[in-house]
Design a protein. Structure first.
Lengths: 114, 110
């Protein structure tokens, strides 16, 4: 089915390990986003991308790396996972950055760092 | 001060009543506003967006925007148990980004 898919759905890792969360969309949307969701904080933007090879930091980028070599993929890497990165991660996409353009969300990845 | 603020709730609403959710924002230049609904363990889904002052209705949902007061609200009429969820207010920023409030939990009681 067309849409935006995230993998894995659940991930448990240890402190210090590198972890990559995958995001794939089939709409050829230009814009893609990574958010994390924590109790009391709502959704906070980690990184975003306006097109292939164009990425920029969001509100909470420290400890994360992104790449976008192809329009449809936007992986998020935790270079050395910490317990504070335990969270639910959502990938989202939109066709453009216009003011009325809505974001479509993936199903999320629940990450636990032990 | 958070840039997008919502009461965390929970907001308890009897079935059939009107649920009123409020959201304030700090950036006076904000243009577009979105309401998302999120069920527990699920991803956010869009309910409505609004960009003009006044009311916008869609079925049982009405969004209200007052840019002078920097205030946006969501009314849910004839609340149903299936409306029990967390409602997220979001403000559109540059480059297509959405900035979210922490969300208001709504509980509809039979």
């Amino acid at each position: 089915d067309a849409g935006i898919t995230q993998s894995p759905r659940y991930k448990i890792t240890e402190t210090g390990r590198q972890v990559t969360l995958m995001c794939h969309q089939t709409w050829s949307h230009s814009y893609m986003f990574w958010y994390r969701q924590d109790l009391g904080h709502g959704l906070r933007l980690i990184y975003y991308s306006a097109a292939a090879d164009i990425t920029d930091k969001g509100e909470v980028p420290d400890g994360y790396v992104v790449s976008r070599s192809k329009t449809e993929n936007f992986p998020l890497t935790l270079e050395s996972a910490t317990r504070s990165q335990t969270s639910v991660y959502f990938c989202a996409s939109s066709e453009s950055g216009q003011s009325n353009e809505k974001l479509f969300f993936g199903s999320g990845t629940q990450l636990s760092v032990l | 001060q958070k840039e997008v603020e919502q009461n965390s709730g929970p907001l308890s609403v009897p079935e059939g009543a009107i649920a009123s959710l409020n959201c304030t924002y700090s950036d006076r230049g904000s243009q577009s506003f979105f309401w998302y609904r999120q069920y527990s363990g699920k991803s956010p889904e869009l309910i409505m967006f609004i960009y003009s002052n006044g009311d916008k209705e869609d079925g049982r949902f009405t969004a209200q925007l007052n840019k002078a007061s920097q205030y946006v609200s969501l009314l849910i009429r004839d609340s149903q148990p299936s409306d029990s969820a967390t409602y997220l207010c979001a403000v559109k920023r540059s480059w297509g980004k959405l900035q979210f409030g922490a969300g208001t939990q709504v509980v509809v009681t039979p």
